[in-house]
Structures are given as structure tokens and as C-alpha cells.
Design a protein around this ligand. Sequence first.
Ligand SMILES: Nc1nc2c(ncn2[C@@H]2O[C@H](COP(=O)(O)OP(=O)(O)OP(=O)(O)O)[C@@H](O)[C@H]2O)c(=O)[nH]1
Ligand SMILES: [Mg+2]
Length: 455
Amino acid sequence: MAENGGFAALSRQPPNTHSSVLKYFLQSQKLNRLPTGAAPAQAGPSDSERRIKGTSVKTPTTPQPNSDSSGRPRVTRLTPPGRGAVATLLLSGPAAADVVDRVFHARRGRRLAESPNDRLIVGHLGDAAKTAEQIVARRVSDDELMLHCHGGTAAVARIESLLVEQGAVVTDWRSWAATAHNDRLQAEALVALAEATTEKTATVLLDQYQGALRAELDQIEAALAAGRHDAAATQLEQLLAWAPFGLHLTEPWRVVLAGPPNAGKSSLINALVGYPRAIVHATAGTTRDVLTAAAAVEGWPVELIDTAGLGEGRHPVEKEGIRRARKELSTADLVLFVCDSSRPFTEQDESLLAGAAGVSPVLVIHNKSDLPSAPDNRPEGLPASALTGLGVAELLHAIGERLVPDEPPPGQAVPWTRRQIDHLSAAQAALAQGNLAKVAGWLKQLVEVIREFKA
Ligand SMILES: Nc1nc2c(ncn2[C@@H]2O[C@H](COP(=O)(O)OP(=O)(O)OP(=O)(O)O)[C@@H](O)[C@H]2O)c(=O)[nH]1
Ligand SMILES: [Mg+2]
């Protein structure tokens, strides 16, 4: 892995081939709200250059051949499964257009194999006398073709089977993404990008797609090659410091609302998400099961989790609810310990708080601040009222700050999968032992091109 062969080779590819497929793919996989200035791979090199830690890295574009190992073209559904107005299939591989032409009837009689790139051609697939499927076809490049058809499941299945009869094989989009890139990190970034749920996480992943992590690894390798082992160790350490953050680019942070019964946990989760997700009642012990709500807090994806009030619990169902609540506490990224500020903070509250703080980071919320507060020693925390909304905006801000105290600067390298983090940790351990061959081995595996995608 001495040379940066991936980027060099990719940047030589002709513009506007794979990039338009990618753009469509990202949009169709729900990533349609990318922030300004952070669009997916663009056509020309000047657009696609982005500053990554002082290094100019070109957006890698076109991949290697798209056929399966037997050389047969592959048909991949790029739009999500299920019904929709329109579905898009990508046919990739040598002579892709010829394969489609055998069953395609263009309205104007034009063959796809002879059409210019990017021309939209309307026609139907299959025998018109029987059930033909209306499609709009577009030749992307010599070996890539986009087919837009009706979005029903049956229509897609019919087109797939027509193409399979002509020798194509059906592949799933993850396999396509994995094998359609000459850079494994880029393939993994594409899959993660398609699953990103907020603009902020998409922006960081887009940086990785554009080579931020790859550039950092190249720098680490260069430091090792130059005998600057301490510098390489520092870089590895700094890179791994982003690991906990990176894992949340594809998995939401888990924020658990816990505390004594009747303190207003369910009311607060409702106030945080802005709709009545949980049942609220004046009776203590209302919430018994664990209840979740997806939200974006300060632009970061968060799963809010409401739990049963912690306490003794009399009924077996209540006891089970409390057991589940405690379980959630131990795996939380942040616990919002909700207490009722109109009531004294008891010794029992104190010990519940200590128990929560013993397993996870905790933020104390003094709820019901619209009522006169009970005069006693309360732990430090944020005042809020789920009833009036007082302090809820401040609470959201505080949650964001606790979850992501340092946002990555633009172009920051961030590892985001367990595999990447495990490999980096193994390289770090090998470097600490002075085993340079092992370090090189781990780094090589980290970027190795794959043929099959494994999450
Ligand atoms: N005045 C006032 N009342 C509140 C506030 N938040 C909740 N309440 C009331 O407190 C009672 C309990 O609210 P819940 O949200 O069900 O409390 P909980 O902590 O989820 O209760 P359990 O599920 O039983 O543990 C209800 O009557 C709410 O209307 C608040 O900020 N101010
Ligand atoms: Mg409740």
C-alpha cells in the first residue's frame, strides 16, 4: 500500500460517468437534503476537489468493471424497496446496452447501444402484445445503463426477470456499492451515506467518501515509511479519538429518560419530540414498558427512550418495567435524570441518581419548574417544565453539547465502522510493540478492495 493507487487511478476516469449514478443513488436512498456545498460527487475535477487537512484530494469517481465474476452484467435496484411512483434500476457490465436492446422497444426505434450518453429514451421492455413495462432508459456510459420504470414491486420484478432471461444477474445495492469502487473505504462511505439520517452526519460521511480517512491513512503510512514512528502513533491516537463519534454516524445516540415515578419523564419526552408519543397520567407508575422516539438533536440523530419510574414497584408488571429501565440505563450514551422540582429531593432520589451516574453520563433535569420549588439541597441540573415548554430549548442544546462536545472540522478524518476501528486499534497496538510489518498488514486490510459487501 505504498502508493496511493486508488485515488490516482480514479482521478483519471472520464468525468460524468459514475458520478451521475452515484448522485441518483444517494438521492434515491433518501439522502436528498445534503447541505449547500456538500453535494455528492460532481462531474469535473474542479468541483470535486475538496481541501482535506491541507491535502487536495480529488473525489474518486468511476469504479472498476461492474459485471459479476462470470462477466455477466448486473442489474441493481437503486431505489429503496417497496412501492413508489418510480423505481430505478442500474444495469452495469460489458455490453449492458446490448442486453437491454434484446427486449427493449424504443418509441422511435432507436437502439440503446447506439444512443449517445445521457439521452432519455422512452419505450417498453418485453412483448407489447403481452404485458410490456413502460420505461425511460438512459445510457450512462458504455457499460452502464439506467432504467426508470413504474415503482410497483411487480413491475420491478418483471423487468429484473426479463433482464435475467437475457443473461443479467440481480445484485443488491450494497454489493453493487462494495464492488463498484476501487477504494473500500469509499464503498463503505457510500453505504453509510445512503443510510445517514441527518445532514450533519451526511456531511461528515461525505468527507470520508471524498477521501478524508484515506488521506489520513496515507499520511500515517508516509510517517512510518520515513521512520517517524512517534508521529504515526500520535496520528493513530488522534484518529481513534473520533471512533466513538464515528460509530454514531450510522447509529443514533441513545438518550434515556429515567428517574422517580411521576416526575414527568413521559411529559418531557413528548415536549422534546413535539408530539404526544407517550401516555402521561397523574398516577405514579403510568409508564411500564420501554418506549422510544427518533429525533434529531442539534442535527445529530438521537433515540430518546422513556422508561418506567425507578423505585420499588409493587405489581409484577411494574417490577419488570423497572428492570427494563435499569437495563436501558447501562447502555445509554446519556441519561436525563428527571426529578420533580416541586417535591423535596429525597435520599432515595439521591441513591437512584448515584446508581445511574455509576453506569452512564447523567444530566439532571429539575422538571415542573412552573410550580413553586421545594426548598432543599438539589443536585446541579437544568430547570425545565414539560408542561409550559420552559427550558426545553436549553435542554435540547445541552443534550447536543453533551453528546458531541467537539464537532469535527470540515474534512476531518473519522473512522465510522467497527471494522475500521478494530483495524486501527490493532495497528496502534502493533506499533506500540514495534512490529511494523503487522502495522502495515492492518492498514492494508483496512483499505483492501472487496468483492462482497459485509456490514
Ligand atoms: N405542573 C407540571 N406538571 C407536570 C409537568 N410534567 C409532568 N407533569 C404532570 O405530572 C404527572 C406525571 O407526568 P408523567 O409525564 O406521566 O410522569 P412520568 O415520570 O412519566 O411518570 P411514570 O411513568 O408514572 O413514572 C402528570 O399529571 C403530568 O401532567 C410539568 O412540567 N409541570
Ligand atoms: Mg411515564
